[in-house]
Design a protein around this ligand. Structure first.
Ligand SMILES: CO[C@H]1[C@H](O)[C@@H](O)[C@H](O)O[C@@H]1C(=O)O
Length: 702
């Protein structure tokens, strides 16, 4: 049968190593489950699904067996003897954490999967299945693991008409037209996939929000989804359009300090909780890119966020208030606006507000320095937002393994409480002892059969979830797990392809935006190169705003002699970025405008370095094809070929990037290309923005 990738990393294919399979089977003779909640039922179903796949025809349960059995249930539902045995271990788990442990009671061996909550048990079940999928020994199994972050959430930029803003994997999986009556089985698989990596929340509609989602007709539909997701520990959240009281409430204003407006939201929230008693709360994009917000009424973000917080607090709901704000009021440097608008209000937001900050201060570039807001608001809850979908990284066509990018950000040192104050500590709340923490990711999921448009980009959904659970994990080991579960345990496949994935992030930086260049993608749709003049309606929608190339040089001076964005970092970081010789070269042109003949550490000119990086990126994209071509024997035909075709497009487009950027910048540098860099193919009209025939992922017209 063709493998169409629908089963993601939950392939549960027959374990190839027959000795290992036998060993597993001898230790799992029966499943004893305790408790009968929907979640515990889901645990048993998942185990059965997993076992029948992994063990194939050899799978059968011996209903009589009491030795070598699997015990499933929350700790309070297990019998006394089990509870006693696990007393010490239970002290180590937090929140939805779990224990998987081999124990022996009266000569009977058991593997216990338990937790304080049923959702924790489910996480343990998926973890146990992962151990089998990746062929780990289970004789002495003892795994105790807890999430380090509270809210681990996907943000779907899905519109009610099923288009997906910046989505490249088809239409939205949420079929609002057929809901609530038609419950697509895919909703359940979506919940399973999320639960398997510990994702516990989802915002099902776009931050560029449509107020209709808050009307009864839509709330019925949202409720249907919530009911399907609930057993999997997946909470539903919605975006709240700030002007909803006017649009669907008939009020004349949405002023957050107006009593009628407050009452309207209070009532609306009550209504939502009638449909969905465990509703998670709101995500709000306000006063950004034309969205309505409190500033329309001369109020500030605190006024706006706290209004929602008050309405949600009685139900324990939260408000994720986005810090991605920029507007024409800040013409010198868009990178500074979020910090300027939020940091002065530190400590003013209510406890159930969490400020959602993109990983960098501009916008999900292939590489950005960490956002200066991380660590700068010690008295405010603050979460990180990553973009799993690849708005600025070739849509779903380019293989870019993003956990490497996520890890780079999480490991960056903010120095806010001295050396070692890394972003991960801000995010898990340990740096400033935060009560509410979160990690969000803009989903790359659509209704394509393989969910993410490209088989390999499933790893970004997977890796996002793993890092949200534990922001200290290593991207390489995540890739290892994912490859084994998704394809095969053959080391001759896993090792080279893992390296290919790990290197893919630097490759995309090389062929798109080396040495700190950024936002030079084609204007509006952001697919392909476009360093030339783009959308003129606003300066910061124009790539020339970001690279500032002229005869004298290239780069954005953000030091104290320029926009002074560096001043938004802790003094140690500020100093490092202000000084060109201590700025890591990967961020050079992010912070400095430098002459074309400026010498880098390798003694070569800036121009030559730029050119060589573009070439390197192309070479690496070509090498990905050769690495993949050696793997035919390990992968089913359909996935092998689909990936191969994608890699060929990526290589073609890497050349497109190299040629257009070098030809464009050469007009200013007026320097020759160094040896080793292929001559751009001038016959193509490169200085034109790609007119995409159907423009996937275009911005919606709100
Ligand atoms: C949802 O809108 C998006 C917009 O499409 C995108 O180009 C930009 O990256 O960010 C916005 C945001 O994050 O709000």
């Amino acid at each position: 049968m063709k493998n169409n990738g629908y089963n993601l990393w939950l392939q549960y294919t027959d374990i190839e190593n027959s000795t290992l399979k036998k060993k597993y089977l001898s230790q799992i003779k029966n499943i004893h489950s305790f408790g009968n909640s929907e979640t515990i039922k889901a645990c048993v179903e998942e185990l059965e699904r997993g076992f029948s796949g992994l063990f194939g025809d050899d799978y059968f349960l011996d209903k009589e067996a009491s030795n070598n059995v699997l015990i499933i249930g929350t700790i309070s539902n297990l019998n006394d003897i089990h509870q006693k045995n696990l007393k010490e271990d239970v002290l180590q788990i937090k929140k939805d954490g779990f224990i998987i442990k081999k124990i022996e009671i009266n000569g009977n061996k058991k593997i216990v999967i338990t937790a304080k909550t049923a959702t924790g048990v489910l996480y343990g079940v998926f973890r146990f299945l992962r151990e089998l999928q990746t062929n780990q020994p289970i004789e002495q199994i003892k795994i105790i693991d807890s999430p380090k972050v509270d809210v681990r959430i996907l943000n779907h930029w899905d519109n009610l008409d099923r288009t997906v803003e910046r989505g490249y994997a088809g239409f939205s999986i949420f079929d609002w037209h057929k809901l609530p009556d038609f419950k697509d089985p895919r909703y359940l698989d979506y919940a399973r996939a999320n639960a398997s990596i510990g994702i516990n929340g989802t915002v099902v509609n776009n931050v560029n929000s449509n107020a209709l989602i808050l009307t009864p007709m839509y709330l019925e539909k949202v409720k249907a989804l919530a009911d399907i997701f609930r057993p999997y520990g997946l909470k539903i959240y919605l975006t709240a359009r700030f002007s909803a009281p006017i649009e669907i409430g008939g009020l004349k204003t949405a002023d957050p300090l107006n009593e009628d407006v407050k009452n309207w939201w209070n009532e609306k929230v009550k209504e939502i909780y009638k449909y969905i008693p465990d509703f998670g709360g709101f995500l709000v994009k306000a006063n950004s890119e034309g969205q309505p917000g409190p500033q329309d009424y001369d109020r500030n973000h605190v006024d706006g966020a706290n209004m929602f917080a008050d309405a949600l607090a009685p139900f324990k709901g939260i408000v994720m208030w986005r810090a991605f704000v920029y507007s024409e009021h800040n013409p010198t440097d868009r990178a500074k606006q979020a910090y300027t608008e939020f940091v002065p209000y530190d400590g003013k937001f209510k406890d159930n507000v969490i400020i959602q900050v993109k990983n960098g201060a501009i916008d999900f570039q292939p590489r950005e320095p960490f956002h200066p807001m991380f660590g700068a608001m010690p008295n405010t809850n603050l979460m990180i937002e990553f973009q799993i979908t690849q708005e600025y990284m070739g849509g779903a066509t380019h293989l870019v393994y993003q956990p490497k990018l996520f890890q780079e950000v999480l490991e960056a040192d903010t120095y806010r409480k001295g050396k070692g104050s890394i972003v991960a500590k801000v995010i898990d709340g340990s740096l400033h002892n935060k009560k509410l923490t979160g990690v969000s990711g803009v989903s790359n999921i659509g209704n394509d059969i393989n969910w993410t448009g490209n088989h390999f980009l499933q790893s970004n959904w997977y890796g996002f979830g793993r890092l949200a659970w534990n922001p200290y994990l290593d991207a390489k080991s995540i890739a290892d797990e994912w490859l084994r579960m998704t394809f095969t345990n053959e080391n001759d496949f896993v090792n080279p392809i893992k390296n290919m994935m790990i290197d893919s992030r630097e490759t995309v930086v090389n062929y798109m935006t080396p040495l700190g260049l950024h936002h030079i993608m084609a204007t509006n749709h952001h697919y392909g190169p476009g360093p030339w003049v783009g959308n003129l309606s606003r300066p910061e929608w124009n790539p020339v705003y970001y690279h500032k190339a002229n005869e004298k040089g290239v780069g954005f001076n953000r030091t104290k002699t320029g926009s002074n964005a560096t001043a938004q970092y802790a003094p140690e970081v500020e100093e490092m970025f202000n000084n060109v010789s201590t700025t890591p070269e990967i961020y050079l042109l992010w912070f400095h405008h430098l002459p074309w003949d400026y010498k880098l550490k390798n003694g070569k000119t800036l121009w030559n370095n730029i050119a060589l990086k573009y070439q390197q990126g192309v070479n690496e994209a070509e090498n990905m094809i050769s690495s993949w071509n050696l793997m035919e024997q390990y992968v089913d035909e359909s996935r092998f070929k689909e990936i191969q075709m994608m890699l060929n497009i990526q290589y073609k487009e890497a050349k497109w990037w190299r040629d257009s950027c070098l030809l464009y910048f050469q007009q200013f540098s007026k320097m020759k290309l160094p040896d080793g860099v292929e001559k751009p193919n001038k016959s193509l009209n490169y200085f034109q923005t790609l007119k995409h025939p159907y423009a996937p992922g275009i911005k919606s017209q709100w």
